[in-house]
Write a protein of this length. Structure first.
Length: 243
């Protein structure tokens, strides 16, 4: 897909359209908004980000394991409870294995009742969980982070009705609204056409903004740049639903 997108962009030369390339300013931020620049946040210090970037080689034979973990799904309509229960399952039963984050794990999902999901829902979800586990286990997330992430993955799969191939954006938006408080769609993209797209809660996204950012923003931009804050108790972040 990326190759086709790149080829199409090179071939696309409509008449009467002027192409404008805006280069990133020195320092990586707009001097009109940040007149004194924006210093590096401590979380981006070399010693902090090194564990995220430098992963040791992992021989497949050392990562193989016979561990198979079974997730029990009960009352999938209550996503907060579902995520909490699955998280507790993992923290109690899986992370107790010594060195388990250095191992591959087999995943099985068991439904306690007929929730109107496809008959092959469990087999559809298992590879998604394996992909998630393998992508997170070697990075410096806490066990709790990974446990909640797996729980949220199961909740999202249930909200999708096991239909992972439906490209209709409304199908995914409905699932996001079922699992997250006031979800916002996010996308990270690169020049080669590659991208990663997902959802986060509005409160969770606001909480990710560095708390000192407004001290570097010009006065006339503070209201525009300032993160949205919860306006009432019901809008506050839920640790499980806003992961």
């Amino acid at each position: 897909m990326n190759e086709l997108m790149i080829e199409a962009e090179r071939a696309w030369k409509p008449e009467g359209v002027k192409r404008i390339v805006v280069e990133a300013p020195a320092g990586g931020c707009d001097p009109e908004v940040f007149p004194k620049g924006l210093p590096e946040h401590p979380s981006w210090a070399d010693g902090v980000i090194r564990p995220w970037l430098e992963l040791r080689a992992e021989p497949f034979k050392e990562a193989r394991t016979s561990v198979n973990f079974e997730i029990i799904v009960s009352d999938p309509q209550d996503t907060t409870r579902l995520v909490r229960e699955i998280s507790k399952q993992l923290l109690h039963d899986l992370f107790g294995f010594a060195g388990i984050r250095g191992k591959l794990v087999g995943w099985h999902v068991k439904l306690k009742a007929d929730y109107g999901l496809p008959s092959d829902f469990e087999s559809r979800l298992a590879p998604k969980l394996a992909h998630l586990w393998d992508g997170l286990r070697r990075l410096p997330y806490t066990d709790e982070d990974i446990a909640v992430g797996v729980g949220q993955c199961v909740a999202f799969a249930v909200a999708l009705g096991g239909d992972f191939r439906n490209s209709d954006s409304r199908h995914w938006e409905r699932a996001a609204h079922h699992c997250l408080a006031k979800p916002v769609e996010l996308e990270f993209g690169a020049d080669d056409g590659s991208y990663s797209r997902g959802y986060a809660s509005r409160a969770g996204l606001a909480a990710a903004i560095r708390p000192d950012i407004l001290s570097y923003v010009a006065d006339r931009w503070r209201e525009t740049v300032g993160p949205e804050r919860p306006r009432n108790p019901s809008d506050r972040m839920d640790p499980e639903k806003d992961f």
